[in-house]
Design a protein around this ligand. Sequence first.
Ligand code: 5GP
Length: 195
Amino acid sequence: MNFLQERILQEGVVKSGNVLKVDSFLNHQLDLGLLEKMGKEFCRRFVDKPITKVLTIESSGIAIAYSVARQLGVPLLVAKKTPSVNLDGELYVAEIDSLTEKAVQKVIISKKYLSPQDRVLIIDDFLANGYALQGLISLVEAADGTVEGLGIAIEKGFQKGGKRIRNLGYHLESLAIIESMDPDSGAITFRTQEA
Ligand code: 5GP
């Protein structure tokens, strides 16, 4: 069992509706030592990729993506969910469904921060049905950039996103893949992965 799986077993709370709450170390209060380790592990897993930029979506992916980008020494680009004064000029926009916000949502980036030369590592905290990742992938591809890989902290393997993204041929790495979780007993099991 790796460091993230151990922490999920210690502090993760299984809620109804297939939701795992990890607010004590990842989604609300942040454990910076853990984030550092997660960044290091993603760097190890994507060591052979010529990454020029890390991309995530606000807000819960930012801390993990920051750790990865800092350790890779490349810029971090944060896709926005709402138009704001910080977004001007021409934009790439994708629409995604969202489990946590229960509505169709936008992911938006300014065209000036992605180019055909970019080789992008996409990072997010959770993978469920894959809508967020597909939105981010479509932004990179709209810019004619290359998706070098996708790094997820916690994949819920019993939902369809992971299979869908891997079947499309992308290199997807998840630090913890949950095989099952039970809101009544609180039990969580993980898929065995190669070290
Ligand atoms: P997807 O787009 O893959 O269906 O869902 C991924 C997004 O929904 C992630 O960006 C994450 O913020 C949120 N999410 C999905 N499932 C969970 C969950 O079980 N717990 C938490 N905290 N967030 C989740």
